[in-house]
Design a binder for this molecule. Structure first.
Ligand code: TYD
Length: 225
């Protein structure tokens, strides 16, 4: 699903905001979590709250994006592609998305982003680690280095893979088991990133949605002051 709420045409704007220190006028908040963590619902509610409560322009954007590169990512779900191809498709989509995000930020916009680079580290990292070991994350970090920007805060919606599997209605036990094992690997990478990166803010996603939203709004307001 894609959504650029509040999107404006920015086709010709410059894209080198971060090259000059101090030119980062906007804010960039990223929302992450395993499938079923409620991240998308919370992101939409957050967009409404921040738009109402801030005088600044706010925009919600989503990965995979709504452009043709995002379409290629979605198309790859039904194709037999290698883990490397899959990772590079997500990164190609992100490279273009990052340029758009930089443009929005140069206009002072508060950008809310539903999934960004940590998703690739966690999801593609989990798959690549099976064949590459620890080199998987190093490789992903190396390839993504020049196509990502640093978020102000990464909100990680934390919930156990076992709990989300209860929420997901899947009858096939084999698929369910494979999915659980995969989500456990994804979750372990997310946790590792959260421990290593001080930009991460872990939110308890088992709380009622409105409480989760309130906690994130408080953190964003504190950061905006
Ligand atoms: P999404 O539509 O955000 O699902 P949800 O709303 O349940 O969070 O994400 C689509 C899927 O794409 C999700 O399973 C995670 C995956 N994904 C990656 O594997 N790598 C990435 O870099 C991104 C952005 C998403």
């Amino acid at each position: 699903m894609t959504a650029d709420l509040g999107l404006r045409s920015l086709d010709n704007a410059s894209s080198d905001t971060e090259a000059i220190p101090g030119t980062r006028k906007g804010k960039f908040y990223v929302f992450e979590g395993i499938d079923g963590s409620g991240k998308t619902t919370v992101s939409r509610k957050l967009f409404e709250r921040i738009s109402q409560e801030s005088r600044r322009e706010v925009l919600l954007t989503v990965e995979p994006t709504d452009c043709w590169l995002g379409d290629s990512v979605r198309r790859s779900y039904d194709e037999d592609v290698s883990p490397f191809t899959e990772a590079l498709l997500f990164l190609a989509d992100r490279a273009t998305h990052t340029e758009r995000i930089k443009n929005w930020m140069s206009e002072g916009i508060i950008v809310l982003c539903d999934r960004y680079n940590p998703s690739t580290l966690a999801y593609q990292g989990a798959v690549l680690r099976r064949t590459m070991g620890d080199a998987a994350l190093e490789w992903l970090n190396m390839v993504s280095k020049h196509v990502v920007i640093e978020p102000d805060i990464v909100f990680l919606f934390s919930i156990s893979p076992e709990k989300v599997m209860q929420r997901l209605d899947e009858r096939d036990e084999t698929t369910k088991f494979e999915k659980l094992e995969y989500l456990k690997e994804v979750d372990s990478i997310y946790r590792m990133l959260a421990e290593q990166d001080r930009k991460f803010f872990v939110v308890d996603a088992t709380e009622p949605v409105d409480e989760v939203v309130n906690e994130v709004v408080r953190a964003i307001k504190a950061d905006l002051m």
